[in-house]
Design a protein around this ligand. Structure first.
Ligand code: HEC
Length: 233
């Protein structure tokens, strides 16, 4: 240990020949600096004041601290990350609710598809779509070609409105029925179901042999009553 009184560096250098050769010791006034007066393991410290910019940051940080603590924890002057997040989430919820109110999501169920039934406009639109997209496989009168006959009472799948809508939507790829979801709108697909319903019992020429199971027409079907008898095995 050195004495407690600060030493001039010149004085130290008399004992310490290394420091004159220290390449870091390039400051012009290094020789005027005061040694703080303590030494550990042969290492001494200059008694330099902290640079003013550092001191100011320190002082301002200390002054700011109580305001920050009170602002965050007591008075809510300062928004935390969680506050901002909650505010933005609420904003998103509002936008979402507004978007949903502007265009309500259509629930597609039997009732929705069936709401197109018996509507002459929908059936005519369905007929046009059928001619363009379905006739190649199901025949221009729905009598069946590659695809099954859609005019008889035999159905490979459920003949419910939603089931037919889903067959048109997703297709049955491994059997050769193509999906139409990306090509036809929801309404166009529902119109097709409505049109296919009108084909039932029309007995077109060159009808393809029945495929699937016999399904009695719905009670509300406006087919002739003889339909039941004609299709009995
Ligand atoms: C590339 C040929 C092809 C096209 C185009 C096609 N289908 Fe099909 N469709 C089929 C085949 C094949 C089946 C039978 C699938 C099976 O056996 O699983 C079928 C089945 C169906 C069924 C179910 C029939 C049943 O007996 O359950 C409906 C309904 C149907 N198609 C409607 C349509 C409509 C409407 C279109 C026009 C948007 C259409 N299909 C276009 C080939 C096609």
């Amino acid at each position: 240990m050195t004495s407690a009184t600060p030493l001039k560096k010149d004085k130290l250098n008399q004992d310490n020949t290394m420091s004159d050769q220290d390449p870091r010791n390039t400051s012009p006034d290094a020789d005027d600096q005061i040694i703080s007066g303590h030494m550990y393991d042969g290492i001494e410290e200059y008694d330099n004041p902290m640079p003013p910019w550092w001191v100011w940051i320190f002082v301002l940080s200390v002054v700011w601290t109580p305001f920050y603590i009170l602002g965050v924890h007591q008075f809510g002057w300062i928004n935390t990350y969680e506050d901002d997040l909650a505010a933005k989430q609420a904003e998103i919820q509002e936008l979402r609710a507004a978007a949903e109110a502007a265009s309500p999501v259509q629930d597609i169920d039997d009732a929705f598809v069936a709401s197109f039934f018996g509507n002459a406009e929908a059936e005519a639109a369905g007929a046009a779509t059928f001619g363009a997209y379905c006739a190649a496989c199901h025949g221009s009168a729905g009598e069946g070609l590659i695809g099954p006959n859609l005019t008889d009472d035999y159905w490979i799948y459920d003949d419910s409105p939603l089931s037919q809508f889903m067959i048109i939507t997703n297709g049955i790829l491994d059997k050769g029925m193509t999906p139409w979801e990306s090509i036809l709108t929801v309404d166009e697909r529902a119109q097709l179901v409505a049109y296919v319903k009108t084909l039932r019992g029309t007995n077109p020429p060159n009808a393809k042999e029945p495929q699937g199971d016999l399904v009695e027409p719905d009670s509300e079907t406006d087919d002739e009553a003889e339909g039941d008898g004609a299709t009995a095995p």
